[in-house]
Design a protein around this ligand. Structure first.
Ligand SMILES: [Zn+2]
Length: 94
């Protein structure tokens, strides 16, 4: 993996780059397989010219092997809207 992980300064092309800070971005929607992509973003700094920029440090897919668990969690988070719609219909019928 380390050979693919070469980070390069977009300004001067130097590979002498530091990761200053990282944070996670969690995709709000799962993909077709029910997996959620967690993107690890980072602030990178070139030690050669001092330029800083944001870049994707790594991507992790979560939930691929535990598809059922992922779907259950999603189902539990949806109901609120449906309940409101149901109440509305009942009131109109009466
Ligand atoms: Zn640079």
């Amino acid at each position: 993996m380390s050979s693919k992980n070469t980070r390069k300064c977009p300004k001067c092309g130097s590979t002498n780059v530091d990761v200053v800070k990282t944070w996670n971005l969690v995709s709000p929607l799962p993909d077709k397989a029910g997996r959620i992509t967690v993107t690890i973003m980072g602030v990178l700094k070139c030690r050669n010219c001092g330029y800083t920029w944001k870049s994707t440090v790594s991507k992790i897919k979560v939930g691929g092997g535990v598809e059922i668990e992922g779907k259950q969690e999603i189902a539990e988070e949806r109901p609120p809207k449906e309940i409101i719609l149901d109440l509305d219909e009942i009131l109109r019928e009466e």
